[in-house]
Write a new protein. Structure first.
Lengths: 879, 415
């Protein structure tokens, strides 16, 4: 019993660190939508700084910790926000995962490189820093036989205090409300005057502080060991997953529990000793269990990275020969060089790069085509190689070994695909990571499988009179295989199954509706990708002549992923280039620097590039070329076809041209709203009404033309500043934060309690539900909640996009009465409607929009049915 | 289903391509055999773990080798040839990187041999064997053992079952604590297959020396030091029929792990002897917590300790001083030094007509004794350890020699 109490108590201390790290992970994910795989790496660099300050510069522990956690951590968080996370917030999920994985590689390497560069005390094995507690540590015995020391108390105390502080900040401060509002609906938060960018900067700073605190608290026990910090991150991720990546208190509790469970397993699960690695794998097992059982109800469907359409093909207008010309020419030149001029060394480097290229082709299938991120690709390759080694070790022929290796990889791929059927994006990435760790820590530790520490030996492949000991033979063989794989991938893309893949990827629900089986599609993808990775793995081992269980660790897959995605993961060309970069980088860099960290920094920093160019370097070249060629074409805007509106207008769009990407929607719009006037903007679906609203509030920047507010040009003013000053937008759908309570929803526009009381006084049914999540209100109540704040603190301009959509006639009546009241208080209102009936009763001025232009505008009294119909149908009808 | 047929076809194509047959990885094309040798010089370079994710480093071996080579050069070289030591490459403890840097040394830098090689996960073995390039170092892994070209300075430390395994560690600890009779030992490793293997061999070393094995454990997580040692310590404290064992032996690598375990053992009231293999490192003295944790621990270097007054050791320290007066004397410095020493002796035996073939012929049957590291006897020591080691104790924050280097007979490793 005492023993049990001891395990629980000291497990809570270990758990406190998991909990602290996990809370930061949950916070940053909840507040910014980016799951930060580099969270542990931030802890590591903080620990590194703390070490340099204490052990290096001789500072006392407390000031060093204060500088690390209080000054360095927020600065680092802010810098990362500016350089990376800001761009990632709007990037797809694949770049998000890969960029933070890259950061995991780059950040510690950068820290260690700086230590090397400035000749600071080096980080040697076992290097560690003293804890924050008194030295020597005091010891107490709260129960007979249960000891606890001051170091443990300090760790636990800090963790609990930090978590409590965090909870208070998130729940009970304006800062927390702003962050949560941004999570709920980033654009709506902007339209309520919240600077979403600043809020996420604050979230990153806060999360960086938490990671750094965990790092400083953990380093006395862990030492400055990058691997140990990565392991710590897995435990924290497990805690975070149990908190469903949303709830900080649950994450914290799960972290504590994890520490206790780990201790109990270590103390009591003697049976586990039979299976090498099982205890080491406790965090990975829990992570996997949490992902599979807790996260299935998430809205993500079909294991793809949400709706993510492929980027435009900027080379689509080029003839086929022109598209392949650069590849053919440079490929042929390279081949001639490597076969006839390069010495064995360079040929060997190219060959080793091409093996990786072959393995990378599996990323093209999995991530490029399927849109899924698999972090266990290195483990697939290792599994295939070890299986092949086992077969060869049995004295069976090599071709059989190749097939067996590939089949093993395919089998593993199908196992991994099972969670993929219900998980997507980062959840899938985490699940594959957990499986990869399990393979490393348990499966590959089975002596019979990996031949213990001996590993398996591989023979060379004989082809005619020569064999693969000659790197040139390897190169030709690999190029052939890559060509076969490229053909296979092309057929896959063009076949019915390929179209099914794209359908599932771009719109999982729609694909389901038209009868595309997401299950079969994904199983196919996993099988093909695993087979390719398996083939690559077997050849990797064959050309190396040997394979050890530790050769292809799961972390290696991180580097691979970062490099391939940076080159562009949608084409085999990207895989080939990425493989060659991996193969040649060491040699090339050795001419520049002797530091081993630079390579890691460069590979990892690719993540930052990715934040800006999510489709990789090769696609970036194509896009630049496309832009250069199209620069000469004039913008689609035309001169205004209507006189500029009256001067007394509050809000005016002057000759605005705007659109999305290459598609121009507004083609010279002139529109103005005066104080105390309701302007009804009518038009058919797709006429550009919502885009006009978006331009007004600053969600879309016009290509030309101006937005004027009270005579001032606000075209360049950011959205949240426009809202803070004057413009209130009730967007299409419901303008509420469904995840926040009614009270919190109101607070975003009405920080003063008296103002909110005024709302409740007027709308009693809202008062009754002030602590209810706004998402659970009825449609009408939601619309009232969206507009009520404007009634108490009237803006200069209110823009309502389809306010009557989906509401009962009575509620519509009520809403328009509110508009009337606002008009009488001098607000300028712009009401966008598709259905003209109700709005025409209230409007002072009516504007018709058709095909991106205002086709007619005038007082309501001049509106006649024919004009309306004509405008609606977009047939003539200009003023 | 068409897809399946297509995949099957692709599989078949691959199998077909591979079906051309296989061949042994044997002597490569570049085996001219005299790469890196001129009339006046022999070019050599090493592969070490200089930096790694865990912080583990064998980088000191570069300095040791350099010191030994400089003395050889000052004395006129080997058969009239000076050693052109190009330094050591860093493999980051990554097998793939190990292959890359070994390839670079052989094919680009054109070294004659790789000296010193010290990396637990060295990946270049197959390449060097295939290219017929001799490589010398600390043979901690199976990659060295039984190869034609790989040589461990103190033999092969990862023998196969049936081959000889060392007994010196058990014997030295027994000598230190006044005999093994009626005493029990507990062997602690980490949760990986390599460590489990180590627990087996070292357990055998202690039973051969007369200890009763109170227990073994390979339960400590392999990837990161536990932040809480309580469950592991509890197990050890009850291992000897409910009592603590007389000796706790840790085969874990790394001062952080060992100091953590030992500190926790002491906190729990453990009074017996403690021994490990890797804590003989002056850098641990820099960290007060680790220093305190390792106080009194018997650490087991595989060479005569620096604190010894044997003339070979005095010479070694002088040689190192000459190259780097501020050098930290770590195990790896000594390992690099003795590795280089053995390489020089073999090169001397190979004679004036030095090629890789003549060198490997000379090395294939070679014996040499030196009080600095004991003795070496190839080919026997290509499959088993040389059976020599010493004990150093940390006393009041200073390392002192507890037992001078001794060689004891190996016993056959049980399955």
């Amino acid at each position: 019993m005492t023993e049990l109490a001891g395990y629980v108590l000291s497990g809570l201390v270990t758990g406190a660190i998991f909990a602290l790290l996990g809370s930061g992970l949950t916070l940053s994910y909840a507040a910014t939508g980016v799951f930060n795989f580099a969270h542990g790496a931030i802890g590591f660099v903080a620990a590194l700084l703390y070490f340099e300050l204490t052990s290096g510069a001789g500072w006392a522990a407390w000031p060093a910790a204060l500088v690390t956690v209080g000054v360095f951590a927020p600065l680092l968080g802010y810098a990362l926000h500016r350089l990376m996370f800001r761009g990632l917030a709007t990037a797809g999920e694949t770049p998000q995962i890969v960029a933070t994985i890259g950061l995991t590689i780059a950040l510690p390497a950068l820290g260690l490189w700086l230590v090397e560069l400035f000749d600071l005390p080096a980080v040697t094995e076992g290097a560690s820093a003293r804890g924050l507690g008194p030295q020597p540590a005091g010891t107490w015995e709260p129960l007979a036989g249960v000891r606890i020391d001051s170091d443990q108390l300090v760790v636990f105390g800090f963790a609990v205090a930090a978590a409590a502080g965090l909870w208070v900040v998130m729940r009970h401060t304006p800062l927390g409300l702003r962050m949560r509002a941004c999570v709920d609906s980033r654009s709506l938060a902007t339209w309520r005057g919240i600077d979403a960018d600043a809020a996420s900067a604050q979230a990153w700073m806060l999360s960086s502080v938490l990671a750094s605190l965990a790092g400083v608290l953990a380093v006395p026990a862990l030492g400055l060991d990058q691997t140990a910090f990565t392991v710590l991150l897995f435990a924290a991720a497990a805690a975070s997953v149990f908190g469903r990546l949303r709830s900080i208190p649950v994450t914290f509790a799960a972290g504590l529990a994890l520490g206790v469970v780990q201790n109990l397993v270590a103390g009591y699960a003697d049976f586990a000793e039979e299976v090498t690695g099982l205890r080491t794998a406790v965090p990975a097992i829990l992570l996997l269990a949490g992902l599979v059982f807790l996260n299935r109800s998430r809205s993500r469907l079909a294991g793809s990275i949400a709706e993510d359409a492929p980027p435009p093909d900027h080379l689509a207008d080029l003839p086929r020969w022109r598209r392949i010309l650069p590849w053919t020419v440079s490929g042929a030149a390279g081949l001639v060089w490597v076969l006839f001029f390069a010495d064995d060394y360079w040929a060997g480097l190219v060959a080793s790069g091409l093996v990786l290229s072959l393995i990378f082709c599996s990323f093209v299938v999995m991530t490029g085509i399927g849109g899924m991120v698999n972090l266990a690709q290195a483990s697939f390759a290792a599994l295939a190689a070890l299986t092949a080694g086992l077969v060869i070790g049995e004295g069976l022929p090599f071709p059989l070994a190749v097939v067996a290796g590939m089949l093993a990889a395919v089998a593993a791929g199908l196992v991994v695909a099972l969670p993929a059927l219900r998980l997507g994006g980062k959840v899938l990435a985490l699940a594959t990571l957990a499986l990869g760790l399990l393979a490393d820590q348990v499966l590959f530790q089975i002596d019979a499988f990996s031949n213990g520490t001996l590993g398996w030996k591989f023979p060379a492949i004989a082809i005619g009179s020569t064999d693969t000991n000659d790197p040139r033979v390897r190169i030709i063989l690999l190029l052939d295989l890559i060509a076969i794989v490229a053909l296979l991938i092309r057929n896959l893309e063009r076949s019915p199954s390929g179209r099914a893949v794209l359908a599932v990827r771009s719109a999982p629900t729609a694909a389901q509706v038209i009868g595309v089986s997401a299950v079969r599609t994904k199983l196919t993808l996993f099988a093909v990708a695993s087979a390719i990775a398996g083939l690559g793995g077997v050849l990797y081992a064959t050309f190396a002549g040997q394979i050890f269980a530790s050769d292809l660790r799961v972390n290696l897959g991180f580097v691979w992923l970062a490099v391939i995605v940076l080159q562009g993961v949608r084409r085999v060309g990207g895989a080939v280039v990425a493989g060659l970069i991996m193969g040649l980088s060491h040699e090339i860099l050795s001419h520049v620097t002797s530091s081993a960290h630079v390579e890691a920094v460069l590979f990892g920093l690719g993540g930052m590039i990715l934040a800006k160019h999510p489709d990789g370097v090769l696609a970036q070249f194509a896009e630049q070329r496309h832009r250069r060629r199209h620069r000469k074409e004039p913008p689609a805007g035309e001169a205004g076809d209507l006189p500029v509106a009256a001067e007394e207008s509050v809000l005016a769009l002057r000759n605005v041209t705007a659109g999305y990407g290459d598609a121009t929607v507004l083609r010279g719009v002139n529109l103005s709203v005066r104080s105390g006037e309701i302007v009804a903007l009518l038009g058919a679906n797709g006429a550009g009404k919502s885009t006009a609203c978006a331009v007004s509030v600053g969600a879309v920047s016009p290509l030309s033309g101006r937005v004027v507010l009270d005579g001032d040009d606000i075209t360049a003013t950011p959205s949240h500043r426009r809202s803070r000053e004057a413009i209130f937008l009730a967007p299409e759908g419901r303008g509420i934060f469904p995840g926040l309570t009614v009270e919190e929803n109101l607070t975003t526009w009405l920080p003063g309690a008296a103002d909110r009381a005024a709302v409740y006084e007027r709308f009693e049914h809202l008062a009754a539900r002030r602590d209810v999540a706004a998402g659970s209100l009825s449609g009408g109540e939601q619309q009232i909640l969206a507009l009520a704040p404007a009634l108490i603190r009237p803006p200069r301009v209110l823009i309502a996009d389809e306010p009557s959509l989906g509401l009962a006639p009575m509620v519509v009546q009520q809403i328009f009465e509110l508009f009337g009241e606002l008009r009488s208080r001098g607000v300028a209102l712009l009401i966008v409607e598709e259905k003209a009936k109700e709005v025409l009763e209230y409007a002072d001025t009516v504007a018709y929009m058709g095909q991106g232009r205002i086709t007619w505008t005038g007082p309501r009294s001049e509106v006649d049915a024919d004009q309306l119909t004509a405008a609606y149908l977009g047939i003539g009808g200009t003023a | 289903m068409r897809k399946t047929t297509r995949i099957a076809a692709a599989l078949a194509a691959v199998a077909l391509a591979a079906a051309c047959g296989t061949t042994e990885n044997k002597g490569g094309s570049s085996g001219s055999g005299s790469d890196g040798v001129t009339d006046t010089s022999i070019k050599v370079g090493g592969v070490l773990v200089k930096t790694s994710a865990t912080g583990y480093s064998t980088g000191g071996a570069e300095l040791g080798a350099k010191a030994r080579f400089e003395r050889a050069n000052a004395e006129g070289g080997v058969n009239g040839r000076k050693i052109d030591f190009v330094g050591a490459e860093d493999d980051n403890m990554d097998p793939a990187k190990g292959t890359t840097v070994a390839t670079k040394l052989v094919q680009k830098d054109k070294v004659f041999a790789l000296v010193p090689v010290s990396s637990p996960q060295f990946g270049g073995a197959a390449f060097l064997e295939q290219q017929n390039v001799p490589w010398f170092g600390w043979a901690t892994g199976t990659q060295w053992c039984g190869t034609k070209t790989g040589f461990g300075y103190n033999g092969c430390l990862a023998p196969k079952p049936g081959a000889g395994t060392q007994t010196w560690w058990g014997n030295q600890v027994a000598a230190q604590i006044g005999g093994a009779d009626g005493k029990s030992a507990f062997i602690q490793g980490t949760d990986s297959s390599a460590s489990k293997y180590g627990v087996g061999t070292i357990g055998q070393s202690f039973s051969a020396a007369g200890f009763k094995l109170a227990g073994t454990s390979a339960a400590i997580p392999a990837t990161a030091p536990p932040q809480d040692w309580l469950p592991y310590v509890n197990k050890i404290m009850k291992a000897n029929d409910g009592k603590a064992p007389d000796v706790v032996v840790s085969i874990m690598a790394g001062a952080k792990l060992n100091a953590g375990l030992f500190g926790a053992l002491r906190k729990a009231g453990y009074k017996g002897a403690i021994s490990d293999a890797t804590s003989y490192d002056p850098s641990v003295l820099a960290d007060p917590a680790i220093k305190a944790g390792l106080e009194g621990v018997l650490t087991a270097p595989q060479f005569e300790p620096f604190e010894s007054d044997a003339k070979e050791v005095v010479q070694m320290k002088a040689d190192i001083q000459k190259v780097d007066p501020s050098a930290k004397l770590t195990q790896h410095v000594a390992i690099g030094y003795w590795t280089a020493d053995i390489f020089l002796k073999v090169a001397e035996k190979a004679g004036k007509d030095l090629t890789r073939t003549s060198f490997l012929t000379a090395a294939s049957t070679f014996t040499y004794e030196n009080p600095g590291f004991g003795k070496i006897d190839y080919p026997k020591d290509k499959t088993e350890p040389n059976g020599c080691g010493a004990l150093v104790q940390l006393k009041d924050g200073q390392f002192v020699v507890a037992q001078h280097l001794k060689c004891t007979d190996n016993v056959a490793l049980k399955q």
